[in-house]
Design a protein around this ligand. Sequence first.
Ligand SMILES: [Fe+2]
Length: 204
Amino acid sequence: MAVEDHSLFSIPVRVVDLENHTQIKEAFAPWISSTHPELRNQKLWECDTKSTFGQANREIPFELLRSSLNSHLQDYISEFFRPQNDARVEEKEIWLNVYSKGDYQEIHNHVGNRTVISMAYMLAQPARSGSFVFYRNGDTFFRGLTDYVRPDFSRDRVAPGLREGQAVFFPSSLPHYVSPHQSDSLRATVSANYWVCHPSLGNE
Ligand SMILES: [Fe+2]
């Protein structure tokens, strides 16, 4: 009898280095502050992490990341997602997050109006930073058998081990969280959502 193996629901996640990280971090330095008025607690987030989410502030130097991020994004989607019928995937929103000691982010995803891909960039990661971790509760079935079955059958969370200067691209539906930040120095990330654009969708 023939044997067939199928890899179901494999989820492609891509980690890239941004070449001009030093320049980016310098430009963001004035914004990496726990008291900057543009950085606010978010009503719908169940944590104290401060963010510029939902604000269109043109002074924050996101432009320094944009061409590099967009280039990596297009490589990622053309390889794994392949938009159909001349649809494109473009930046919908981008924002800055700042973590003080003890700050974290609860399990969440970035599903929203036509948002398909999301990104997190490790802008400032001092020692003992919170970790970015992907989470899948569907994988808990084998958790009690961790020592006896393949690790990928028994884990419900995976930390990609991101270093400062790295960005991770992932499907917006993939749940993730940030573990508590344990340093007196601030942790900072830039996040973005990318959505599907097409004339028939009315968001051109
Ligand atoms: Fe997130």
